[in-house]
Write a protein that binds this ligand. Structure first.
Ligand code: SF4
Length: 196
């Protein structure tokens, strides 16, 4: 419960009286508050992105400060819905509205990790190591299990032993290219969180 001292109560009353007087004169406190928000975001860099949570794929604008110079690392300070995005028109659900906490969470995964067979812990690996390993395992599995013809001798070119899952945050173009790559390898088990 909010506790207000006598001094704070007098201050609040004076502020409320001032605000209502200004409103009578045509100055809306809402506008004043909106202006404060404008100033907060005035010097930020805006970057377009897509919410990573669900298949709705709402558009975001991320506001960051810092010019990436040595002593000014960029930091995201505010995230809101993109008013120009055709899916959400600037709105975000509570999950999307809480994305700033997700971005700054100490538990967020920022690099590939690998858990060796039989091991009980993950170890950090580089992106190159991760991509090389994925490519190696896919190639080996495809070489072992690729089906060029079915029992009737009809060419089918199927690879049934590996599946692929794409993310909802992919753009249409990324989804299209991913689909082409997966199908050209003969893979049938392919799904996308956004069902594109
Ligand atoms: S803001 Fe909500 S509805 Fe939109 S993509 Fe994110 S989780 Fe889904």
């Amino acid at each position: 419960m909010l506790t207000v001292s006598r001094r704070q109560f007098l201050k609040l009353s004076a502020a409320g009286l001032g605000a209502s007087s200004l409103a009578v004169l045509g100055f809306s406190p809402d506008l004043v508050l909106a202006e404060v928000r404008q100033f907060k975001l005035a010097r930020t860099t805006e970057t377009r992105n897509t919410c990573p949570y669900c298949s709705v794929g709402c558009g975001l604008i991320m506001h960051s400060l810092g010019d990436k110079a040595k002593n000014a690392p960029a930091e995201i300070i505010h995230i809101e819905g993109d008013p120009d995005h055709p899916v959400n028109r600037g709105t975000l659900c509570p999950k999307g509205a809480g994305l700033l906490d997700f971005v700054h969470s100490p538990n967020r995964l920022r690099y590939p990790e690998y858990r060796a067979p039989g091991s009980d812990k993950f170890q950090r690996i580089s992106w190159n190591e991760a991509l090389d390993r994925i490519a190696r395992l896919m190639k080996d599995d495809r070489d072992r299990n690729f089906i060029a013809k079915n029992a009737d001798g009809v060419t089918v070119n199927r690879w049934l032993s590996t599946g692929f899952l794409a993310a909802s945050a992919s753009s249409n173009e990324t989804g299209y290219i991913t689909h082409k790559v997966v199908r050209s390898l003969g893979m049938l088990a392919f799904d996308n969180q956004a069902r594109v």
